[in-house]
Design a protein around this ligand. Sequence first.
Ligand code: NCD
Length: 315
Amino acid sequence: MTFRQNHLLGIEHLHPDEIVSLLDLSDSYVDLNRRDHKHTDKLTGLTQINMFFENSTRTQASFELAGKRLGADVMNMAMQASSIKKGETLIDTAMTLNAMHPDLLVVRHPHSGAVNLLAEKVNCAVLNAGDGRHEHPTQALLDALTIRRAKGRLHRLSIAICGDIAHSRVARSNILLLGKMENRIRLIGPPTLMPSEVSELGVEVFDSMQDGLADVDVVMMLRLQRERMDGGFIPSEREYYHRYGLDAEKLRHARDDAIVMHPGPMNRGVEIDGTLADDINRSVIQEQVEMGVAVRMAAMELLCRNRGLIPGDAP
Ligand code: NCD
């Protein structure tokens, strides 16, 4: 059995073989999701609870659809209206839900490490849907699937991750995953938006798009995470766009067949030119969203198998 996890908390502890198994299963879910009838009964009778303590559009919708297409009973907790607002701690809320016997708990939380802590307290499989600036494993997996399908492989590629690296769990999980699969990773952004531990990440660092994008296969853009900034990290959005915003002109430095990615939500005219984001010959942003549902279906199926909730071994 290649996929051995009981939770999906991060990319950090995944073995390359586990990543490949999960992506292979995801491919079959991409096919299912393109059919008129998208339903399976793999998780019939199982209960999935989504707890999002931070705003989310695509990740929450994607996890909800993924669970429904697998036949699970899916509940979205409206965390804004929950007892957290009355002072209940995260762990107390989780323990209350745990007592209702969910099988899968999908959690997004603004504090790095909160989801790992919660996983220690509950009896079910926990999936991290993003914790602070720590990890966002399903995003990195859906990015990997998108890259593998567009480029035909997931190794020995040159990949640029650009913008607000310091505050981005998407960047962190992608650096871990793409590094494990033996790709060359370049980080591009102003020094103020580079993480302090950048020299330990096994990546090349650039503060110029022209130099950093030279001959890359993949360009991954990131949003400025203003909600995690507590000071002046950039001079102005205009200046930032001028230096680091991706447009057709800057993209010319990359390979002719380089693909453009963005996890969303996108700020057009801040980190990316709107026309380029919509250019179906270069941008795979919509494919990323499509792959997200498939990857989450695969992850939930594998976790349920490993916990003996559904018959059969994980691949
Ligand atoms: C990202 C997130 O929440 O970390 N969005 C997402 O999940 N697609 C990136 C972001 O918020 O900029």
